[in-house]
Design a protein around this ligand. Structure first.
Ligand code: 26Q
Length: 835
């Protein structure tokens, strides 16, 4: 050994594990300065908050990074079962606050920045929301990941890295205008590109049959157009437990051959065009929250996600076990977030048979023991279907497999119900007709060992209605998992004043054991406690009023009742019913019926799918009504109405803590669960709502005295529809008749004649599926009770406290424990302690 080699080997031997990064204020200050000065090259002349934000993210990110690696090692070494949450949507919102909170660095970071003369709030505000989802289903996926990491469950999220997330909504002359959400413009410091795990996804082409080496009939999928899937990993920190799980998002990229082939033929523009069409796949999120049928690009997205994710899991498996899949189902489970990723069923079979040499029976056995499906909708028209024709063109091999699954499945149905051809037709994975369609929900049901709804009522209605035939065949597959929300983001982070107050009164640790909020119940009787509760609510209402002032230009008085409905705009969610009530209040003021008035500020927000005409017209109505009311000096402070533009995760973080009354007023039997209802409840709002979705369970937890209930039940809704006569209801209700007259008279559209005719028509039509007129009277009376209750400050505060106190069940920690106990069966794997 020469001296150079000697030196090298001595150096190598003296290398030790990197020491963990400091978790104190001084380390944070110094790392921040190092990033700001040396990595980003900024100095005291840099005035934009953006670079300070970047330096802060890098400082926190490196602390996540070491825990992330240790978590991966811990899962590898445990060699345990893992779950994969497949979802076309992850509505993550902002990550900075969450990272600080979950690392336990919230206080120290605030201090560190103060030392440097900066405000955390300003930096936090400069982060774009990661809006890779439409609404409830996407945000649920994000809350699930937070809880899985907190519970130390080995769960990986798989999704798509859209270049453009949910559109940015502006309101121009009362109407929604959509702008592209280029959220990656300034880069995304939270993601790590991992090109070393790139996968290849095929489209188009045809299938070819041949004999393999062992003489068995085998299939080749040939002449395909391939696209690369490049993973970008996002860290998902657990709550102060050193666990960091992974969200893996795929980006589409053109293959090299693609370019080269065309290029060599001298077709440069064509080759660039081909590259473009490959990269189209992950360009933009579809902004519909109920299925839009027939868009081929959407099916491409779905298959791209399913195929890349399954190949990724299988590659890791094969790396350890080779082509022995005998224990695969004991070690892996895939949770399908609605039918959107349900191509995975057929894709797993394809990969096992065509790529790894399994026969049908064994491939089917693996698939049907690893797939689990969650349904999120009861609206029959929202069930996903794809034309067989598109499948044949785009995914010919998958179609063959789906048809094979169907043939075998229908044979089973025929054995179970001999001679019942009507049932065969009903249950077939293929809907026959002029344009035959693949029924994605049935594909998911047939292959899954577990099928769940997202609230008790929803799961019951699935079994009794939408999926009845399947429930009769396989009752054991069906189960309920009531949704939740993560109390870290939706209480600890978004409502810090309440969080500190909770620490002071019920002690530390409620963030991970939310049932401990029950400890607040006796305190509802304590006058000083109530006084402080009210102070916290008051400060939060001031913060919300500030947001409404800047975003809507409307003045909300924090002493008034803050009445809020924020969610996607949908006829079944009945924002229209809310508006009718607002018009009714206005009418009462104008006709001098305002004795014992409770001043009220009504806030409505939400996005409409760009092609949903009625939803857009409802937004226009809300804005026009607001304009008239807010400008009327006679109304003054008695009633204010605002539509908050661009409702999103970060807006809800201000809205929920400042709300008094939470509007959950969907037509019973239509809202699968709702999760906004839970966020409001946790923050001490009282619900006005129907017996729909999780409202039912919320009311059971908090008690009828602390909930403003109204409206038809799901059963009564079905009954009413058969002989619905809104004209008679309107004729028999003078106050409703006056509201309708105000609408038809053009009072809210003096310069835009007729624009609200479609709305009036829908309310007055016997075919109105949402039964607006039927629930109007009950709603107005519930609102009267709420207004009266609000005037008794003491009683209202009791109700508010009880709502928070009883919200423990709606933590996604509970939801994830149930998924794990009854579906996934994963061990909890502790992270290695940081030394
Ligand atoms: C499907 C195919 C093509 C294009 C779009 C879609 C699509 C996209 C998103 C269909 C549906 C969605 C989203 C549905 C959704 O958010 N559902 C909500 O899920 C929540 C979580 O379970 C529930 O609380 C809500 O009740 C439910 O409406």
């Amino acid at each position: 050994m020469n001296s150079k080699q000697l030196k090298q080997s001595q150096l190598s031997a003296s290398l030790t594990e990197l020491p963990p990064l400091g978790m104190d204020v001084l380390s944070l200050v110094n790392d921040f300065r190092r990033y700001y000065t040396y990595s980003l090259g900024r100095d005291r002349h840099s005035r934009s908050a953006h670079y300070a934000y970047q330096a802060l993210v890098l400082t926190l990110r490196e602390r996540l990074m070491e825990r992330w690696k240790q978590t991966r090692y811990a899962y590898e070494e445990a060699d345990c079962k893992q779950a994969y949450y497949l979802s076309l949507e992850f509505l993550m919102g902002r990550a900075l606050g969450n990272a600080m909170l979950n690392l336990g660095l919230e206080e120290d970071t605030t201090l560190a920045l103060q030392c440097l003369g900066m405000e955390l709030e300003e930096l936090a505000e400069s982060e774009h929301d990661a809006g890779l989802g439409n609404g409830g289903l996407g945000r649920l996926a994000a809350c699930f990941l937070d809880s899985c990491a907190t519970l130390r469950l080995p769960v990986t999220g798989y999704g798509i890295r859209y270049d453009y997330g949910m559109f940015h909504q502006q309101i121009v002359e009362g109407e929604q205008v959509e702008y592209p959400d280029h959220w990656l413009r300034d880069g995304n410091p939270w993601e790590i590109e991992r090109p070393e795990y790139t996968q290849r996804v095929a489209f188009g082409g045809r299938t070819e049959y041949h004999r393999d080496a062992a003489g068995r009939l085998a299939v080749r999928w040939v002449d395909t157009n391939d696209v690369l899937a490049i993973p970008y990993d996002v860290p998902i920190p657990g709550y102060q437990n050193n666990t960091v799980n992974t969200l893996r998002l795929w980006k589409a990229a053109a293959t090299d051959e693609f370019d080269l082939g065309e290029f060599n033929a001298g077709l440069y523009p064509e080759s660039v065009a081909a590259k473009n069409s490959a990269e189209q796949i992950t360009l933009v999120l579809y902004p519909n929250d109920s299925s839009e049928n027939g868009k081929e690009l959407r099916l491409r997205q779905q298959y791209f996600l399913a195929s890349a994710s399954l190949q990724d899991v299988l590659a890791r498996w094969v790396g350890i076990h080779g082509n022995d899949f005998s224990s695969f189902a004991e070690k892996n489970v895939f949770q399908l977030n609605d039918t959107h990723p349900s191509c995975a069923v057929a894709e797993l079979i394809r990969l096992l048979m065509d790529e790894h040499g399994l026969g049908w029976e064994r491939a089917w056995d693996v698939a049907s023991r690893t797939m689990a499906y969650t349904n999120h909708t009861l609206l029959p028209e929202a069930l996903e279907k794809w034309p067989v024709r598109i499948f044949r063109q785009l995914l010919p091999r998958l179609l063959e497999i789906i048809l094979e699954i169907n043939a075998r499945f229908l044979a089973e149905v025929a054995r179970h119900w001999p001679g019942d051809t009507e049932r065969l037709r009903r249950m077939s994975l293929i809907e026959e007709g002029r344009e035959p369609m693949v029924r994605m929900a049935y594909l998911a049901i047939v292959a899954s060992f577990s099928i769940n709804g997202v609230a008790a009522l929803h799961s019951r209605l699935l079994a009794e209605g939408l999926f009845r035939d399947f429930f009769e065949l396989w009752p054991h597959k069906f189960n309920n998992k009531t949704n939740g929300v993560t109390p870290r983001r939706w209480l600890a982070w978004c409502n810090p004043d309440l969080a500190r107050f909770l620490d002071d009164t019920i002690g530390f640790g409620w963030e991970v054991d939310l049932e401990r909020l029950h400890g607040l119940l006796p305190l509802a009787e304590d006058g000083t406690f109530r006084e402080r509760w009210l102070q916290v609510k008051r400060a939060n209402k001031e913060r919300l009023a500030q947001l409404v002032a800047t975003e809507c230009g409307v003045t909300f008085d924090p002493r008034a009742l803050f009445d809020v409905q924020v969610k996607r705009i949908h006829e079944y969610k009945r924002q229209l019913l809310n508006v009718l009530h607002v018009i009714h209040l206005y009418d009462r003021i104008k006709r001098g019926d305002a004795a014992d008035w409770t001043p009220r500020c009504v806030l409505i927000g939400g996005k409409a799918a760009p092609g949903y005409f009625m939803a857009k017209r409802i937004i226009k109505l809300i804005n026009n009504v607001a304009m008239v009311i807010n400008a009327d000096p006679e109304v003054g402070p008695l009633l204010k109405v605002a539509f908050i533009p661009n409702y999103r995760v970060s807006a809800m973080e201000v809205i929920a803590p400042g709300t008094d009354l939470s509007e959950q007023i969907s037509t019973a039997g239509k809202e699968a669960s709702g999760t906004g209802n839970m966020k409001f409840m946790m923050n001490g709002a009282i619900t006005i709502g129907t017996l729909d979705g999780a409202n039912i369970e919320i009311r059971e937890e908090v008690g009828n005295e602390n909930f403003f209930l109204f409206g038809l039940t799901a059963e009564q809704v079905e009954e009413q529809r058969r002989h619905y006569d809104p004209a008679a209801i309107i004729a028999g209700d003078e106050e409703l008749a006056r509201v309708i007259r105000l609408l038809t008279s053009g009072h809210f559209n003096q310069l835009e004649p007729g624009i609200f005719d479609p709305i009036v028509h829908s309310i007055t039509s016997p075919g109105d599926p949402w039964l607006i007129a039927a629930d109007f009277r009950g709603y107005v009376e519930a609102q009267r009770r709420a207004a009266a209750a609000f005037r008794d400050v003491e009683a209202w505060t009791r109700m508010s406290i009880r709502n928070t106190a009883c919200s423990g069940r709606f933590s996604t920690d509970r939801t994830m424990r149930e998924y794990n106990a009854e579906i996934w069966r994963l061990p909890q794997v502790p992270a290695k302690p940081m030394v």
